[in-house]
Design a protein around this ligand. Structure first.
Ligand SMILES: CC(C)(COP(=O)(O)OP(=O)(O)OC[C@H]1O[C@@H](n2cnc3c(N)ncnc32)[C@H](O)[C@@H]1OP(=O)(O)O)[C@@H](O)C(=O)NCCC(=O)NCCS
Length: 295
């Protein structure tokens, strides 16, 4: 029998807090985003409820462009797993996105999460690209002697804000690169969400002084709370190590504790970040076409 589902409301806050308290060893990010998600007209959160109307499962979907939907935060209460609840929630969320013009739905899963991979493969998603999360401490909180080891990179290697006029050459260079091929043209604009990169994303980053350039390549990177987040890079196998060092250097210009880079999993790129002292962990982006009903 199908589960009872409905859009989440403010009244679900406490139940969802309980439900997501111990999702992962480090907790969960759902409540951190709750207010933003509830206010976002480009997305919806669906909950499955028990007979008392208490939330026992949830998922969220949002439109990242006019055709691209992003699924995240699928959670099912321990006692209700393996009964098809996540399957139903995500199916209904995709219907919501289809009604708003989505032709593709995507999501990301950490490499270790076989339950989630099984769940999305069952729903017809297929893996389209592999990514690595690269992380290390910066400045005083850096216990890592490798990489810059406290020394600044030479002036010529330093990254500086690129003007908007560099967006076109950087975009063209990336489009022809093995990095774009492996990424399937995707990048993570903010947080744990991926969509197609447009040249306007580079222009917009330039306006925010987050489009960076230097001899070894280009990057999009900026400060988010205590972290310097790298969201996109364009470089070559010969220059990747220098770019990684320059990004550690750029991060240490800010009062941040960590560098975090979401990198497409191309060996020479991820190895360069390993060489500058980053820890790497695998992520997979999955995709499913959303077909329009035949008229
Ligand atoms: C992943 C999760 C949402 C699945 O919820 P669920 O309601 O149990 O999933 P479903 O019952 O719809 O499962 C559908 C299919 O997914 C696969 N699947 C689900 N859980 C699985 C597991 N633990 N191991 C292997 N495959 C699994 C199976 O193919 C399953 O079909 P089957 O039961 O007929 O074999 C749930 O385990 C959960 O809340 N996990 C913690 C949060 C999480 O990891 N969320 C995803 C983050 S990306």
């Amino acid at each position: 029998m199908p589960f009872l589902t409905r859009p989440a409301t403010e009244a679900d806050r406490a139940a969802i807090r309980d439900l997501t308290r111990h999702t992962f060893s480090w907790g969960d990010y759902v409540m951190r985003n709750w207010d933003e998600w509830m206010a976002d007209p480009a997305g919806t959160m669906l909950v499955a409820v028990d007979t008392e109307d208490i939330a026992i499962g949830l998922t969220r979907i949002s439109m990242l462009s006019s055709t691209e939907a992003w699924v995240q935060a699928t959670r099912v209460h321990q006692e209700h797993r393996r009964q098809g609840m996540a399957h139903q929630l995500v199916d209904e969320a995709i219907e919501w996105a289809r009604d708003r013009g989505a032709t593709v739905a995507r999501l990301v899963i950490e490499g270790w999460n076989s339950a989630s991979i099984g769940h999305v493969e069952r729903l017809g998603f297929r893996k389209v690209s592999d990514w690595m999360m690269a992380e290390r401490g910066v400045g005083d909180s850096s216990p890592v002697p490798e990489g810059n080891g406290g020394q600044r990179v030479r002036g010529a290697e330093r990254l500086r804000p690129a003007p908007g006029a560099e967006a076109d050459p950087a975009f063209m260079s990336w489009q022809r690169s093995p990095l774009a091929r492996a990424a399937r043209g995707l990048f993570p604009p903010r947080g744990w969400r991926w969509r197609a990169l447009e040249v306007d994303d580079l222009r917009e980053s330039a306006r925010a002084s987050e489009f960076l350039t230097g001899r070894p390549g280009w990057a999009i990177g900026g400060v988010s709370n205590d972290t310097f987040e790298v969201r996109w890079v364009e470089t070559s196998p010969d220059d990747a190590y220098d770019l990684a060092r320059s990004l550690v250097d750029a991060a240490s210009d800010h009062p941040v504790e960590r560098l975090e880079a979401k990198l497409v999993d191309v060996d020479w790129l991820t190895q360069a970040f390993r060489r500058v002292g980053c820890k790497l962990s695998g992520l997979h982006v999955f995709e499913r076409a959303i077909n329009r009903p035949v008229e």
